[in-house]
Design a protein around this ligand. Structure first.
Ligand code: PAF
Length: 252
């Protein structure tokens, strides 16, 4: 597996890849779990080469504490990437990704203000900006995103469509624990009791007739509901579990 830490080195490698070879790209913030592994495997199945990026993107965090507490497990991530036979691991640095001090950015003025954007202003602008940069650097044919972050996935699809970006977005099903809890890097920060309680999130949004009914069930477990909203045939949830905010969604 090749590992690049600078954009220049990555781009140098990229130029050596013949145009008939397809590249699949899995952008992540690390702390890899089975959900990420499923994206990597899908990319490997569908492309000649797979690039994995790990970059904890500072511009998508609203609170410094959340950014600082984001789990960092690089050694373990490298082991997973090696076991999965990933071709390239890209580990860019903030000073290079944001050499402009975030003067230039992508701004979405509608859907990004609702759901997760309502309490996390500018979060999705940070996501879209870093994803655009990563797409431009990697020049991949396909990029793989999990449906757990459905709002993120929709906004990225829109960016690709309306900015005419030459990349196909592949949406991949949410991978869940046996309890139903959606796999997330943030689960690593839950205590065993919190982990157990969190299974109520999926069970409630999946088995309730209304968003209100789901919210009631979750609150009865002592968890704090940020929102449960039915929108466009999908039920979206964000729930605070101790210090950790979890999200999930199901088709309705
Ligand atoms: O879903 C994530 O891990 C991040 O939001 C992403 C897409 C890698 C951008 O930083």
């Amino acid at each position: 597996m090749k590992v690049f830490r600078s954009v220049k080195d990555f781009q140098f490698w990229r130029k050596t890849i013949p145009s008939e070879k397809s590249i699949g790209f899995v952008p992540t913030m690390g702390a890899l779990h089975q959900g990420h592994v499923s994206l990597l495997r899908r990319s490997k199945n569908e492309n000649d080469l797979t690039v994995l990026s790990i970059f904890v993107n500072p511009t998508q965090f609203n609170q410094l504490q959340d950014f600082e507490n984001y789990p960092k497990t690089l050694e373990q991530d490298i082991t997973i990437a090696t076991e999965e036979k990933i071709d390239v691991l890209f580990l860019p640095e903030t000073k290079e990704m944001y050499a402009d001090n975030y003067r230039l950015k992508v701004i979405e003025n509608d859907f990004s203000y609702s759901l997760c954007g309502a309490n996390r202003p500018h979060h999705f602008n940070g996501v879209l900006t870093v994803v655009l940069k990563l797409f431009n650097i990697t020049r991949a044919d396909r990029a793989y995103f999990g449906e757990k972050d459905y709002q993120q996935l929709s906004l990225i699809k829109d960016m690709v469509k309306y900015f005419f970006l030459p990349i196909t977005i592949v949406s991949c099903p949410t991978i869940r624990e046996a309890s139903g809890l959606a796999m997330s890097s943030r689960n690593k920060r839950l205590s065993s009791i919190e982990l157990e309680k969190s299974s109520v999130i999926f069970q409630s949004i999946n088995n309730s007739k209304t968003a209100e009914e789901a919210a009631d069930k979750i609150q009865k477990e002592g968890l704090i509901v940020d929102y449960i909203v039915d929108f466009n045939h999908r039920r979206y949830a964000a729930v605070q579990v101790g210090a950790v905010r979890l999200i999930d969604n199901v088709e309705i």
